[in-house]
Structure formats: C-alpha cells, structure tokens
Design a protein around this ligand. Structure first.
Ligand code: G3I
Length: 508
C-alpha cells in the first residue's frame, strides 16, 4: 500500500463540535482576562487553546505517560480493526486491547477515533462478507463503546491508488453496482457499500442517541492537486462522495502520510482542499500524519520541521479543521521507521523531541491566525516643506475666522485583490487574496476576465456567477466581514490557461 487574522477565538469556538468543546473545557485551563498568554508547552494544550485536538495513534503496549501528557486524542493504531475484533458473522471478539485504549483515553481526557469499520485491508474474518454482515459488525462495534468514541472511521480507503479517482475493485467494493451505467454509484438504483455502510452507522447512532460522529478516511486526498499540478482525482472523488452522502457523513479524514510518491507530496493547495470539504459542512481532520524526512531532499531537521509547520498551518487556517493526529509517537516505533516521519526519536517510553515537534508546538501556539504577528508600525519621516510657510498679514477689520470643527473623512470601504496561479498543461488553480482597505468591509466581490478557452470548474470560499469570460465572485456568509488591512482568500479551479488575470475588487 502506498502506502489572520488571529481567527478570533470566539469564531473558532462557535464552529467547534461538542466533542472538542468538552475536551477544551476539561483538559485546558481556559484563559481569563489575564495579560498576554504564555505559550503552551505541550501539543495538547496549545491545540486546545487554538480550538482543535492534537492526537496520536497508539497501541496498548505503548501507553507511556507521554501519550496523556502531549496528546488529547487517541486512535487505536491496530486494535479496533476488523482483523482484531470482528467475527465472521459481524460479532465482536478480542476487544480487550481496544477497551484498554478507550479507558486510557477517557482517564486522560482524550477523545477517541474509532478506526475502522469497513476496509478492504485487515478485514480478518469479515473478508468477503455481505453488506448484511458488515451492517451487523457496524452496529455491534458502534454500540460497544457508544459516545465514548467521538469519531468513527466508518469507511476507510475506498478509493484506488495512482490518482485514478475510481473506487477500489477489491471487496467490499466489488458489491457495488452501477445500475444505470452512468459511471457512478450515487443513483437510487445503484448499490454502494459506502452509502449503505454510512446509512447503517447513522441508524445506530440515532437509535442510541449517540454523539459519535461518522467519518470517511483516505490517503493521497490531501491537496487539490498532486505533483506537477495534475488535479487530485482521488480527492475529487472523495469530495463527490461526501457531497452526495452529506446527510450521513459528519467528518472527513485526510490521512496525510506525506512522502516522495508524486501523489503523496505536500502541495500548496492543501488548505484550499481542506476548505472545500469544510464548505460542504463537514469537519475535516488530519488523521494519520507522518512526513517523510527527506521529502524536501533534506535529510534531517529543518525541511521536515517546515513541512510539519505547513500542514499544521493549513489546518489552523480553516475553522472546521478540528483535529490533527500523528501516526505514532516516535520514528523507531512507526510503521515507516526508515522515513523518520514523526515528532520524537527514542522509544519504549523514553522520547526526545525533534525539530519537527518544536515547529508544530510553535505553530499551534500561534493559533488560528493567517496573518503574521503585528510589526512595529513604520515611522513617518518628518516632512520638510520646500517653501517656508508664509503668514498672510492680518486685516484688523476682518472678523477672526471661525475654525470649522475638524472632520475626519469617513473611511471608505475599499478592497484590493491579488491572484496567485498554480498552472499545469490544460488546467490551473487560482488563489485570490482579498484585502480590505483601511476600513473594515462587510461584503466584497471580485471580477476577473478569463482568457478565451479558460473555464472555471470549481470554486471554494466564494459564490460565483459565470464560468468563462468575465466571471464575478462574491463572499459567502462566513468571509464577507474583513477588518481593515486584513485579508481573506477564495479559490477556483479551471481548465485552459489563465495567465494575466487582473482582479477588480469592490467592497461595501
Ligand atoms: O502484532 C503482530 C506480531 O505479533 C507479529 O510478530 C508481527 C509479524 O509481522 O506482526 C504484528 O502485527 C503487525 C501490526 O502492524 C502490529 O505491529 C502487522 O504484521 C502489520 O501488518 C501491522 O501493520 C499496520 C498496518 O496498518 C496494516 O495495514 C501498522 O501497524 C499500522 O500503522 C497501519 O496503519 C494504517 C492505517 O490503519 C490506515 N492507513 C494507513 C496506515 C499505515 O499503513
């Protein structure tokens, strides 16, 4: 297997799920009106302050103190997989490892992600099972831990490798039927193991009155594009699944196992991809993060640390990105030990922090902010008049002038916009940055004229009218208000060539 604005705390918190709010309430000392807060010294505290969880994949034999000290979410790395706990009829067995992990998480105020219910790999006794048997397993597993599991990966890795955008052709996806032959499994006459598994999971959650959220999880779905700017068809396919089954799906996991595979690199459009899923109304999580240490031809240190920073920042900049989980504690204990992809060295309970750890902690401590910290305002050089001022002679018969009260012209609502392009042969992704003038604005629109032959196929963080020629974009409900001097971003993807774009920004 291939395997800003300091987004003001109240905004971030209103967007947070109950699970994260509970966690913040229980695990973190909430600041009062104290002066400038000191930086937090653990990943979990820094993350909680920023309004997200920071978790780790764990196994029962590695529940060292660091797990509860540094992390506030836990994913069983292997102990909740069907090959551990499922019987061939969809019953449960050997749940002691999973129970240990759930108990440990609970006593350390950590959220739990159940991993995973429907997966072609590590299926164990369920391999080849019918949907009815899968449904039985889904019900038994969800009910065993109930709301103690904050998030369940209901379906894992449903899409095939190599950026084809297709479903896997292995069980359980071999049960799928495209009844009308239109190339998808979304129609009511179709059979889709993804849809049917989520429907079952949703029924179980509703019947039990559970707070558990239901997620779909996959790898190589992180960016809008892959290496060379090719569209990420796997991410697009996942997006279509979530859009079509939005009523059953609460959350999306980007595994984020970053490495040198062209489909597994960190692209600059990671944040835009997170945002496009968030715009569907689901939570987004980075669920299995590890970053190959030589991803930037940089064997040790800064390259990896900077790559971790990028990923953490992309999540922090999207309010609905509510958690990041690293896939293990230390390099030597990772499934990919040779790539040294994690935050610690050492092992067996004795761990040393890497540069990547410090980068992540630092980035988390900056919070959900996308603008750099304020700098000292530029000093205005004194103006030396070139002509000495002359004082006109005073006519004693003239009444003294009345000085009109000083008026400050009302700031005008203005904005400017810049476009950055990521292009490849036949396509592009544009990121448009809208910056308010000196005054705050409450809504904005940006007009762009595309060259002939260019067509917009997808937009995020903006409403759009038109797809070619002159195209108008305007704010959506959550990004119209921009404080003076601050910025927000939207993006769009298209086919054709889009060079020389000159955005015209209008604000009110
Ligand atoms: O526990 C047995 C041990 O008794 C035996 O001696 C040894 C011999 O090989 O195997 C041990 O089990 C291994 C298990 O990890 C625990 O270390 C399995 O062989 C090995 O296949 C298993 O690998 C896991 C892998 O999933 C299986 O696909 C990795 O630990 C786990 O990190 C990895 O996690 C997956 C996610 O679930 C889904 N996304 C990708 C991710 C990385 O592959």
């Amino acid at each position: 297997m291939n395997s800003g604005l300091r987004r003001r705390k109240n905004i971030a918190r209103t967007a947070l799920p109950t699970a994260v709010l509970l966690l913040i309430g229980s695990a973190v000392t909430v600041q009062s009106s104290a002066p400038a807060a000191a930086a937090e010294t653990t990943l979990r505290a820094a993350a909680a302050k920023a309004g997200l969880f920071f978790g780790v994949a764990a196994s029962p034999n590695r529940l060292y103190p660091i797990v509860g000290q540094e992390f506030n979410q836990l994913t069983p790395e292997n102990d909740m997989k069907p090959d551990r706990i499922a019987t061939s009829s969809g019953g449960l067995q050997n749940t002691s490892g999973a129970d240990t992990l759930v108990n440990h998480a609970q006593s350390n105020n950590m959220l739990v992600r159940g991993h995973t219910l429907v997966w072609h790999s590590q299926a164990g006794a369920l391999q080849g099972a019918s949907q009815a048997t899968l449904n039985n397993f889904i019900g038994n597993a969800i009910n065993r831990w109930g709301s103690r599991i904050a998030y369940w990966d209901v379906v894992n890795e449903a899409l095939e490798d190599n950026n084809t955008g297709r479903r896997r052709n292995q069980w359980p996806h071999t049960m799928n039927r495209d009844a009308n032959g239109d190339g998808d499994f979304f129609d009511s006459g179709d059979t889709d193991v993804i849809r049917d598994s989520f429907i079952r999971a949703r029924q179980v959650v509703q019947a039990g009155g559970l707070t558990t959220k239901l997620c779909i999880n996959d790898y190589d779905v992180d960016g809008l594009t892959v290496q060379g700017g090719t569209p990420n068809r796997k991410a697009d396919a996942l997006y279509d699944i979530v859009r079509n089954y939005r009523q059953y799906i609460d959350c999306v996991g980007f595994q984020a196992h970053f490495n040198d595979n062209p489909n597994s690199i960190i692209t600059n459009d990671l944040q835009a991809n997170i945002q496009r899923f968030a715009d569907l109304g689901v939570e987004v999580h980075i669920t299995e993060l590890d970053i190959d240490d030589d991803l930037s031809n940089n064997d040790i240190g800064t390259g990896q640390a900077e790559n971790y920073r990028k990923v953490v920042r992309a999540c922090l900049n999207v309010a609905q990105c509510t958690g990041i989980t690293v896939w293990g504690i230390s390099d030597s204990e990772s499934w990919r030990s040779s790539e040294r992809g994690l935050l610690f060295t050492g092992g067996n309970g004795s761990y040393q922090k890497k540069a990547a750890y410090h980068a992540v902690l630092d980035e988390l401590n900056k919070g959900r902010s996308s603008t750099p910290p304020p700098t000292t305002p530029p000093t205005t050089p004194p103006v030396t008049p070139s002509v000495p001022p002359t004082t006109p002679p005073v006519d004693p018969t003239t009444p003294p002038p009345t000085t009109p009260p000083p008026t400050t012209p009302p700031p005008t609502a203005g904005c400017s916009a810049t476009v950055s392009l990521d292009s490849w042969t036949g396509g592009f992704v544009a990121t448009v940055r809208v910056t308010a003038g000196t005054a705050s604005i409450s809504r904005w629109s940006v007009q762009l004229t595309l060259p002939s032959g260019a067509t917009v196929t997808n937009t995020w963080n903006a409403n759009r009218s038109g797809t070619s020629g002159t195209v108008q974009f305007s704010n959506v409900s959550y990004n119209g208000s921009v404080n003076g001097g601050q910025s927000t971003e939207f993006g769009f993807q298209g086919v054709g060539t889009a060079t020389g774009l000159t955005p015209v920004c209008t604000a009110a």
